[in-house]
Each structure stands twice: as C-alpha cells, then as structure tokens.
Design a protein around this ligand. Structure first.
Ligand SMILES: NC(=O)c1ccc[n+]([C@@H]2O[C@H](COP(=O)([O-])OP(=O)(O)OC[C@H]3O[C@@H](n4cnc5c(N)ncnc54)[C@H](OP(=O)(O)O)[C@@H]3O)[C@@H](O)[C@H]2O)c1
Length: 249
C-alpha cells in the first residue's frame, strides 16, 4: 500500500507505539488524524509535524464522545482510507480477593477502549474506507491474546476478542469490499508506559511502529511482531509450554 498523501486515523496516536507510528507516517507523506485524551500531548504531536496532523481529543470509553467524533470524521474526512485501532489500556486485578470488584469501573473502561471503541470505529468508518480503491483497517492485538497471563484477564480477553473480530470483519471485506484489507498486528512486549516497571526483553516503540508500518505496506492480513512470532510457533508445537511461559508474565 502506498502511503504518500493518505489520511490515516490512529487511536492513541500521541503516546507510545501510536506516537511513533504518527512520526513514521508523516515522514512518509501521510496525513495523520490522532485521537487520545491528553490534549497537551496531541498539541505537541501537531506542533512537531506542522500541517500533517489533525487531532481529536476524546475519551474512547465515552460512547457519546466517540459517536460524535465518528460523525465528524464521516463528514469532514471523506479522504480517510486507513484506520489504526491502536489505543489500549491494561488493568491488573486480583479477582479472588475482591480487588477486581473494587476496580470494576476500570475493568469496564478497559473493555470499552480495547474492544468496544474499535468495533464502533469500524462500524462508523468502514463505509468511508470502502469508497477508496485501496484501504485498510489495522487492529493492534497482543501475544497475550494467544496465551493469556493471570494478572490481567480482562486485557487478554479483549485482545483475543479483537483478533476474532478482525478475522470475521476480514471475511466481510473479502466478500463485499476486497479493496479494504483487515490487518491484525500481534505485538510482543514493547517498552512504553503500559509496560513501565515490568521486566523482560522489550522491543522499542519505534521498532514496533516500523514493523506495523511495514505490515501495512505489505499485502499481509496477520503479522506477528518480534517474539510474538516465536510464541505463535510454540503454541502450534507445544501449546502447554507456551501457556506456562506467559501465565505469570
Ligand atoms: N506495550 C506493549 O508491550 C504492548 C504489547 C502488546 C500489545 N500492545 C498494544 O499496543 C497498543 C499501544 O500500546 P502502548 O504500549 O503504546 O501503550 P501506551 O504507551 O500506554 O499508550 C496507550 C495509548 O492509548 C491511548 N488511550 C488509552 N486510553 C484511552 C482512552 N480512554 N481514550 C483515548 N485514548 C486512550 C493513550 O492516549 P491518552 O492517554 O492520551 O488517552 C495512548 O496514546 C495497545 O493496543 C496495546 O494493548 C502493547
């Protein structure tokens, strides 16, 4: 896929992997629409790439704010041809000791940001994307969708659901809008705010973003980045070992 002159929407585009994607995409001549809650970080991103970034400051867990943003995008950005569902949150919670019950609001927000928002964005924006001769939806998932860890059951479940959603959506596009590619990018552990304080070998966010952009430019529909490819192979050969390795990660 050629990226020069394209308009690309990135949720969570002002921080972490999303910010690196925005930097790389503007460097390739794309126009980026970045979404996030933090207006100051969005302003910084726009200032760093004058004329190449449009910002939408909103909470993706707020359905009314999201509906209104989607309506704005549909009317103001008919040129939009790539949607990257990147924003995500991870909530650790012990379900036995009552911690999860006390954190129910955060767990509900996790489902809203990681799953409900991508579904709503696809529902609202696929008709716009499908008007272009080449378009793409990219959903950012995780190795934890394949082998979950015990500390964040909700997060792992949302990423597994997003993978399944991606596949079913891909079937619809294959049959009714083959010009729209649905790409699932399975990320490994990446050094961002989400994983701050956690051990383990981490990929840098610029490398993770570069791999995603490389996948977007290819014709693939599923890409396992870095160690998530090792995990995928392990899950095919010795799934019990894969589950054990991630269980207490
Ligand atoms: N880091 C990893 O090891 C790893 C591994 C596998 C998959 N992933 C996935 O990669 C994606 C990017 O993660 P990251 O590591 O870059 O995380 P990050 O540095 O924590 O960034 C998360 C991004 O999501 C946005 N976001 C979170 N809650 C939001 C909300 N309620 N409304 C709007 N935007 C919201 C944040 O923007 P604001 O704070 O401004 O709202 C931020 O831009 C996520 O989907 C994550 O699950 C990450």
């Amino acid at each position: 896929m050629e990226l020069v002159g394209r308009t690309v929407l990135i949720t969570g585009g002002a921080r972490g992997i999303g910010r690196e994607m925005a930097r790389l995409l503007t460097g390739l001549g794309a126009h980026v629409i970045a979404m996030g809650r933090d207006g100051a970080q969005l302003d910084q991103l726009a200032a760093a790439h004058p004329g190449q970034v449009t910002t939408y400051s909103l909470d993706l867990a707020d359905p009314q704010a999201l509906d209104s943003a989607i309506a704005g995008l549909r009317s103001s950005h008919p040129e939009l041809s790539v949607l990257i569902n990147n924003a995500g949150v991870q909530v650790s919670a012990d379900f036995i000791a009552g911690e999860a019950h006390a954190s129910l609001a955060a767990l509900r927000r996790e489902i809203a940001v990681n799953l409900q928002a991508p579904v709503a964005l696809c529902a609202g924006l696929l008709p716009v994307l499908a008007r272009h001769p080449h378009a793409a939806v990219v959903n950012v998932t995780s190795g934890l969708a394949i082998a979950p860890k015990k500390s964040a059951p909700g997060y792992c479940a949302t990423k597994a659901a997003l993978r399944t959603f991606s596949r079913a959506l891909r079937y619809q596009c294959e049959d009714e809008a083959p010009q729209v590619r649905v790409l699932d990018v399975v990320m490994p552990l990446v050094a961002t705010d989400m994983t701050r304080g956690r051990g383990g070998a981490k990929m840098t966010p610029d490398e993770a973003a570069a791999r995603l952009i490389g996948a977007l430019r290819s014709d693939k529909s599923e890409v396992f980045v870095g160690r998530s490819l090792v995990l995928r192979r392990l899950m095919r050969l010795v799934p019990g070992l894969g589950y054990r390795l991630l269980r207490d990660a």
